[in-house]
Design a binder for this molecule. Structure first.
Ligand SMILES: [Cu+2]
Length: 601
């Protein structure tokens, strides 16, 4: 059995860790402490001071870890690294443990055509899903947990990330799922492929960013930079030597596998002089969609084709910046860049790299135009199965809320404490995980009355809202679904406190995005305009600002599945709930038993 190292799952606790950088060493199968890395020139210092360094471009790419240090992530799950003809067709990713450096770490089992986390459907196996207090308790420092992950019909790009507070900011990576043996892409085989991970960077320790937000009741401090493969890029002098460069050969076409791992912002992305053609998203193929810019929400993955058809004499920036409706002081207005560089005889360029034009931060029209042009491929070889009818419709308001505080004690809007909610319920983590409580029949961890309708009907998207509506109810309410139930969920954005675009993410199954609109959902008229022919199959999709989004799925995956906004400030303040999908009748329709050692609470 081939062993390979893989990165940590649980965020690290000890401050000493911030000064360490680790590289996954392909040959030694061990983690190398930063002192070694300095010697090997693999290191960089902290952003803003001596930020520099490089990953060996072929073996790794930049990610970041604990907010203050960039890390070389090893490209994993690449086809060349997969075991061939192994008896059990299985590989264990593992590594050694350096006590000085590593307080908690992560292992995982990967099965061919099967594997991890964000967007992976994990049939009957929520035990390996990950969100804290939903399907497991956090992995404690010094301990480990093996995730068994199973791929079924996913094909394309997904990702994995920590699901505990702000640790996701830095503990994440891409998952690449290639076509099954003997099959190919629904497009000409690309000449090469590039993983592009969009991230978000704070100069502070990200745990402290979250802690401050919890103490003050305000939103977390906006980030200091966005990153492409771990680098803020040329607009930051400290990052310039390490700006991610994508080398292309004239005339060739490349597959770009993009993940938005940013914490709080959907991002517009564009490449100067080039068009991007979307061919897949959330590990499901799409009809080719060509555009000079794209929008990608936190949690989403997108696969693009890029043809290198411009002059090799120039350098071209890939640039990304936020979609936001907030005042400019309230969000990160910076632009991150990478460089597209042609392989040619030219070694110097007369001009600076060309910058693309990006939609303005609050360009709702541009955001919707791209997002709602996405269609499933829906061909003979890649059919889809959209539910034409449903058993139950849920209408779920998606809101930001406020709680009053004693004078002077909170720093949210008007001295309040911010919260957020689904159907006016602000989800509160229980003290033991819901999956364990459900499986063992332990009472008291959660209630089962998550409402299928808003508690109050009002003009959800009006410019001004009554003060009385701002407060939500703190609760741990889940929704029970019978096995095989077809659900239509309509997310209704509201203008309470602030209207925003909320990327809603469902664990355990993907959903078809069948409809959307601005304003209030009209239950009589709006369903008449649904797309039931080729809607995109997604696990994350943005509810348009001051609008609504209709999705459908069939609950064929027994287990406990988190539903949440993928903006972290909303995830941690209550914009979540849980679906419990009950067992079916046949043995193959029942929840699997837990692995022997779940992390204790
Ligand atoms: Cu949100």
């Amino acid at each position: 059995m081939k062993k390979m190292p893989i990165f940590f799952y649980r965020t690290l606790i000890d401050n000493a860790c911030f000064s360490y950088l680790c590289r996954l060493d392909e040959e030694k199968h061990s983690l190398v402490p930063s002192s070694e890395l300095w010697k090997n020139q693999y290191i960089s210092g902290r952003l803003g001071s001596d930020y520099r360094g490089c990953c060996s471009a072929k073996k790794s790419y930049w990610g970041s870890w604990n907010g203050s240090s960039p890390v070389c992530f090893w490209k994993w799950l690449r086809q060349s690294h997969l075991p061939r003809n192994h008896e059990q067709d299985q590989v264990v990713y593992t590594g050694t443990h350096d006590n000085d450096t590593i307080l908690g770490w992560w292992e995982k089992i990967w099965r061919r055509k099967r594997s991890v986390m964000h967007g992976v459907r994990l049939p009957r196996n929520p035990w390996s899903d990950g969100p804290e207090y939903v399907t497991q308790c956090p992995i404690q420092p010094g301990s480990s947990f093996i995730y068994t992950v199973t791929f079924t019909d996913e094909e394309g790009t997904l990702w994995w990330h920590a699901h505990s507070d702000y640790s996701r900011a830095t503990v994440h990576g891409a998952i690449v799922i290639y076509p099954r043996r003997g099959t190919s892409y629904p497009f000409p085989k690309p000449s090469g492929e590039v993983i592009l991970i969009l991230g978000e960077w704070w100069k502070r320790d990200v745990s402290a960013v979250l802690e401050t937000a919890r103490e003050t009741g305000a939103d977390p401090t906006p980030s200091d930079a966005f990153t492409i493969n771990g680098q803020p890029g040329d607009l930051y002098p400290c990052s310039k030597p390490g700006t991610f460069r994508m080398l292309v050969e004239p005339g060739k076409t490349y597959l770009l596998r993009m993940v938005n791992a940013a914490m709080e912002d959907a991002l517009f992305v564009s490449i100067a002089g080039h068009l991007l053609t979307l061919v897949g998203s959330d590990a499901s193929y799409t009809k080719p969609l060509t555009s000079d810019y794209i929008l990608i929400s936190p949690g989403e993955t997108m696969d693009f084709l890029l043809t290198a058809n411009q002059s090799p004499r120039n350098l071209y920036y890939m640039a990304a910046r936020a979609l936001s409706y907030e005042p400019v002081n309230n969000f990160d207005t910076t632009t991150t860049t990478a460089i597209v560089q042609y392989k040619s005889q030219y070694t110097s360029w007369s001009t600076n790299p060309l910058l693309p034009s990006l939609p303005f931060y609050n360009d709702t029209e541009a955001a919707s135009k791209f997002a709602f042009s996405i269609r499933s491929l829906a061909s003979t070889n890649w059919p889809i199965n959209v539910p034409k009818r449903f058993d139950q419709r849920m209408v779920i308001t998606v809101s930001v809320n406020e709680f009053e505080c004693p004078p002077g004690s909170c720093q949210g809007p008007n001295g309040t404490r911010l919260a957020s909610s689904l159907n006016n319920m602000s989800f509160v983590n229980p003290s033991i995980d819901i999956l364990e409580a459900y499986y063992k029949g332990i009472n008291g961890a959660f209630d089962t009355n998550f409402p299928s309708r808003p508690l109050y009907y009002f003009n959800f998207t009006a410019e001004y809202q009554p003060f009385a509506l701002l407060k939500s109810r703190l609760a741990t309410e889940v929704r029970i679904l019978e096995y095989g139930t077809t659900v239509e969920m309509v997310f209704q954005g509201t203008s309470l406190v602030t209207a925003e675009n909320h990327p809603m993410h469902l664990h355990g199954q993907s959903f078809y995005v069948v409809g959307w609109g601005f304003g209030n959902f009209n239950e009589e008229k709006d369903p008449l305009g649904y797309n039931l022919e080729d809607p995109p199959l997604k696990n994350t999709f943005g509810v348009p600002t001051n609008g609504w989004l209709a999705v459908r799925f069939t609950a064929y995956n027994p287990g406990v599945w988190f539903l949440h906004c993928h903006l972290e400030r909303h995830l941690i303040s209550g914009m979540d709930t849980v679906f419990i999908v009950k067992n079916g009748v046949d043995p193959g329709e029942k929840l699997l038993p837990p692995p022997p050692h779940m992390p204790p609470c």
